[in-house]
Design a protein around this ligand. Structure first.
Ligand code: MLC
Ligand code: AMP
Length: 464
């Protein structure tokens, strides 16, 4: 006889059961709510959107965004976060491609958006969806074309957060502080749902500035490397973090000098972790483990990793992962999904890594130079090139990431164009896509270097 199966654990409840409510459970950009307030407002959202096939959320860094996202998750409606500064090209693509029926959040310049009222209260009594149901459709850049929708199952979110809670001894006693955007894995999945699932307090600082981090008095801090490099350039703010339990860096490589400066100023070594939109966080330094510059730690519970041979290998290879945190595929793109899966079902990350004898992972580069990481944002060269080519004065465009002290990489565009200046092209991209996808510099060329087949040769571009 088979045991009756247990109903799934609610995604947003700590595994240990209900947590004590606090008047200041959640604070976003200065707006403070109790857990009961948040779930009351989210329950009202859930009641309004129940039955929709998916819902877009204009993901400003506000408590309204958190209530909208939680409302979607309560109702079992897949949530599609929209970067709040997305220009019409990016925004229309995300809404059309995802098929989102509604847009939650104050209307943007397109006039579309259902405001979320934090004063509303409703209890939600719907049942918990199955772990295979989609929690999020997160739009992320590939090397070419428009961003793809990454289908993230609820069970992947739960497994990923529980793995991190175990690795970091993350509990309801923590206060998590960060100021990251609420439309990506780092700020939204870890930084908001992680707090709700562990039951810890969350202080979202609106922007991730050193001063705001210093003033927040947290035990657990999240930042992308650019945030940490700005923190160490503000020693007074850095010293204010000395009493924290864990300073966590991720989304891009933390430069070794920033690691060392953080240790010198705060007395503690940062914890690095590695992940992707498609896999959530898969590898992390543990709270009780070793923390070394350039190392991102060991696989999280349930995750397995291996290296696939690359040309000139020598101990490094393309990192492949499998485990409970993987995405379910790219929305409506079976070929793209098949291309990143191996025959035995592992995910090809596109990152080049080394695994030390003790199991510690180091990320040493990316297989493709057409995926740029700037300020911790993933940006596809092709998407920016297409935006530039939409400008009537631009005949050719090649976009690259150039090493940059603050941003890790800086987006530089090489164009063949007539009658348009650098700033006009930067603004043109910023207005059509998200602001962080704009080139920071534009170089004008007579022609792009091409090979005999006519394909642009980015390696032959002149230095900026
Ligand atoms: C500047 N601005 C312009 C503009 N130039 N606006 C329009 N047109 C132009 N031409 C304005 C913007 O409106 C905005 O204003 C401000 O400038 C933004 O400046 P910026 O220079 O772009 O910001 P910057 O200081 O460079 O940002 C650094 C940063 C940011 C660290 C704060 O890069 C950031 O938040 N990164 C986090 C990325 C992240 O979360 N990635 C996680 C991916 S998940 P205003 O008024 O708004 O200031 C992932 C998985 C994993 O990777 O492993 O975690
Ligand atoms: P995204 O899809 O925006 O989540 O970006 C994922 C990419 O960020 C990965 O493929 C890596 O290239 C990079 N990344 C994330 N975390 C780290 C890290 N700790 N060190 C180096 N690169 C990282």
């Amino acid at each position: 006889m088979t045991e009756p199966s247990q109903p799934p654990q609610p995604l947003l409840s700590p595994p240990a059961g209900p947590v004590a409510d606090r008047p200041d459970a959640l604070s976003v950009a200065g707006r403070t709510l109790s857990r009961e307030d948040l779930f009351g407002a989210a329950g009202a959202v859930a009641g309004r959107i129940a039955g929709a096939s998916s819902v877009a959320v204009r993901a400003t860094a506000t408590a309204e965004t958190v209530a909208a996202v939680v409302g979607g998750l309560l109702a079992g409606v897949p949530v599609v976060p929209l970067p709040p500064d997305a220009g019409p090209v990016e925004r229309d693509h995300i809404i059309e491609d995802s098929g989102a029926e509604l847009v939650l959040g104050a209307a943007g310049d397109d006039g579309v958006g259902l405001p979320v009222d934090l004063r509303e209260r409703a209890a939600w009594s719907g049942s918990e969806p199955e772990p295979g149901a989609t929690a999020f459709v997160l739009y992320t850049s590939g090397t070419t074309g428009a961003p793809k929708g990454v289908l993230i199952p609820r069970g992947a979110v739960a497994a990923g957060l529980d793995g991190l809670a175990e690795a970091w001894q993350w509990t309801a006693d923590d206060t998590l502080v960060h100021g990251l955007p609420l439309f990506h894995v780092h700020g939204l999945v870890l930084g908001v749902l992680g707090a709700l699932r562990t039951g810890c307090r969350l202080v979202h600082t609106g922007r991730p500035t050193p001063e705001a981090y210093a003033a927040a008095g947290g035990s657990l801090y999240f930042g992308v490397p650019t945030v940490w490099s700005r923190v160490v350039r503000d020693p007074a703010s850095a010293r204010a973090l000395a009493g924290a339990r864990l300073l966590v860096s991720g989304s891009a490589a933390l430069p070794a000098p920033v690691f060392r400066d953080l240790e010198a100023l705060t007395g503690q070594r940062p914890v690095e972790r590695y992940g992707m939109t498609e896999t959530l966080i898969t590898v992390a330094a543990r709270a009780d483990g070793e923390r070394r510059p350039g190392c991102v730690g060991v696989p999280l519970p349930g995750t397995r990793t291996r290296l696939a041979a690359v040309e000139g290998g020598g101990g490094i290879g393309e990192l492949e992962v499998s485990g409970p945190t993987l995405f379910a595929g790219y929305l409506n793109r079976p070929e793209a999904t098949a291309a990143v899966r191996t025959a035995d079902g592992w995910f090809r990350t596109g990152d080049i890594a080394a695994i030390e004898p003790d199991g510690t992972h180091r990320i040493v580069g990316r297989a493709s130079t057409d995926l740029i990481k700037s300020g911790g944002y993933r940006i596809g060269a092709g998407e920016v090139e297409n935006a530039l080519l939409d400008h009537p004065a631009v005949a050719e465009a090649a976009v690259v990431g150039v090493p940059h002290e603050d941003l890790g990489q800086e987006i530089v565009a090489y164009v063949v164009a007539d009658g348009v200046g650098e700033q006009a092209l930067i603004d043109f991209v910023a207005e059509r896509l998200s602001v962080h996808k704009r080139p920071r510099r534009v170089r004008f060329l007579e022609a792009l270097p091409r090979n005999a087949m006519g394909k642009p040769q980015k390696k032959l571009l002149p230095p900026v």
